[in-house]
Design a protein around this ligand. Structure first.
Ligand code: HEM
Length: 96
């Protein structure tokens, strides 16, 4: 059974490498060091919807298979996404 997460929960787990692609929530933490594009590109955008970035790269079928294995649930579509930015210490903070 799939778990449902709010955008707030996903944001709170940015440091843990949680990302959202097409309304699914993925925990990328265990994969970060093996990412061919490097961990930074993912971690810099973690806690947010990265659908556009993931698609723009034109990720392969293999990448999509790996993605499937990282799925932890789905986004609660009634929750509101916060807007995040990276502060001067490279920490994700909500824009209020
Ligand atoms: C958990 C999510 C992701 C997985 C499983 C994943 C997987 C992969 C894989 C397997 C490759 C090697 C090429 C390929 O097979 O397509 C790759 C390359 C790449 N990925 Fe990701 N990726 C993820 C998220 C992202 C995100 C969010 C970004 C950008 C914000 C990104 C940027 C890149 C870039 C730039 C490369 C090209 C590296 C190069 O060839 O120099 N990836 N990724």
């Amino acid at each position: 059974m799939s778990r449902i997460f709010t955008w707030q929960e996903v944001g709170q787990n940015a440091q843990n490498g949680w990302i959202v692609i097409n309304d699914s929530v993925y925990d990328s933490q265990g994969f970060l060091d093996s990412h061919p594009g490097g961990p930074a590109v993912i971690i810099n955008k973690a806690g947010k919807d990265v659908t556009r970035f993931f698609k723009d790269i034109g990720h392969s079928n293999k990448a999509h298979d790996i993605l499937k294995s990282l799925k932890i649930g789905e986004i609660d579509k009634n929750s509101k996404p916060d807007i995040w930015q990276v502060d001067q210490n490279q920490k994700l903070v909500a824009i209020t």
